[in-house]
Write a protein that binds this ligand. Structure first.
Ligand code: KG4
Ligand code: ZN
Length: 336
């Protein structure tokens, strides 16, 4: 069975063909980073317009690379929530149209749930029950995953997502966009204890996150509290890298300790990690060390499937279809 997966929830236009829920025959991702870089963040209007312009050719390329004629597609899966509403609508409308024209089942997939199980794409067996950390540009959450269609929220960010904090801090430090990879690179080989940023844990036993405090702390450290924006020139390139490295260390500390707390709380022995921030090299290292110390099995999502991609949508869509979940042409996009 071949599933076409479509993902347009934020700023990547992606389509993939997945065979039998296992083999990724193609996974085409058209990034819009170049369009948003000058603004230091995703501009929703520009994102939806770019999806509209690119999605047809991205789907065509996904079919071509998979050597799959449309008749050989058995179902269409689409990320229909959460995300930028204008962006989601482009993918959902395209998916509904293709499902209708091809007379194939359609399934709407929660894009954060797809991140939550994306580590399982390369595993021979379902790794559940597990705790899953999803850290992306728009969301940061911990889930108790008991099956592909049994994904329960344990905690989420109360303000900024981890990736959003990476993007904004990179912008404050003049490191470019997208900020996560830029900070990851800048921090490599640099001391990470030059500045001790706050680790916001909220209540002692809380599984929720908050990253706006550290973002503001970096802003004030660089520019002062007077609203000026000319402070960066006071720092050397090395000092900027140290700020980036110590910021990254603080965010990773919070993500790792809350993930361990979630595993302890739920009593599971498996940890999954997905979402764009799951590509972060320090997060991957720290989680590996912490999980091995505690005897927890860790499954990190492979790098090509961390940031938004159609393959993970096809993957969860395939499992949802197997569980009997099908959407109809009334499927609608939802920002939340
Ligand atoms: O999952 P994703 O593609 O989109 C959303 O669902 O939001 O995540 C994008 C986010 C961006 O904020 C980007 O800066 C961050 O993932 N990111 C990283 C790294 N690679 C991407 N953050 C930290 N380290 C990285 N290596
Ligand atoms: Zn995402």
């Amino acid at each position: 069975m071949r599933v076409l997966g479509i993902e347009t929830s934020c700023d990547e236009t992606s389509a993939a063909v997945l065979e039998d829920g296992q083999r990724v025959l193609s996974n085409v991702v058209a990034s819009q980073d170049d369009l948003h870089a000058r603004y230091g963040g995703v501009v929703p209007e520009i994102a939806s317009r770019a999806h509209l312009e690119r999605l047809d050719s991205v789907v065509a390329e996904a079919l071509e690379r998979a050597e799959t004629a449309p008749e050989r597609i058995d179902a269409v899966a689409v990320a229909h929530r959460p995300g930028l509403i204008g962006s989601l609508l482009i993918g959902v409308t395209a998916a509904k149209t293709l499902a209708w024209v091809w007379r194939r089942p359609l399934v709407g997939v929660n894009h954060i749930h797809a991140h939550a199980v994306s580590a399982a794409m390369v595993l021979p067996e379902a790794p559940f029950p597990a705790v899953s950390l999803v850290a992306s540009g728009g969301h940061t959450a911990l889930y108790h995953v008991r099956g592909f269609t049994q994904i329960d929220l344990l905690g989420a960010t109360t303000d900024d997502a981890a990736g959003e904090a990476f993007d904004k801090v990179a912008s404050i430090l003049g490191l470019g966009y997208p900020g996560g990879p830029a900070i990851d690179r800048a921090a490599r080989g640099v001391r990470d204890d030059a500045i001790h940023w706050p680790r916001t844990m909220l209540a002692e036993d809380s599984l929720d996150f908050s990253f706006s405090g550290i973002k503001t702390a970096v802003l004030y450290h660089v520019h002062g509290t007077g609203g000026r924006r000319d402070g960066l020139a006071r720092f050397t390139a090395e000092q900027i890298r140290e700020i980036a490295a110590s910021f990254q260390a603080a965010v990773v500390d919070v993500l790792v300790s809350k993930t361990l707390l979630a595993a302890e709380r739920t009593g599971v022995s498996t940890v999954l990690v997905g979402g764009g921030v799951a590509a972060n090299s320090r997060l991957r290292e720290r989680l590996a060390a912490a999980c091995s110390e505690r005897g927890l099995a860790l499954h990190l999502t492979p790098l090509p499937f961390c940031t938004d991609n159609g393959a993970m949508i096809a993957f969860l869509g395939w499992h949802e279809l197997r569980a009997g979940r099908v959407s109809d042409l009334r499927l609608w996009a939802s920002a939340s």
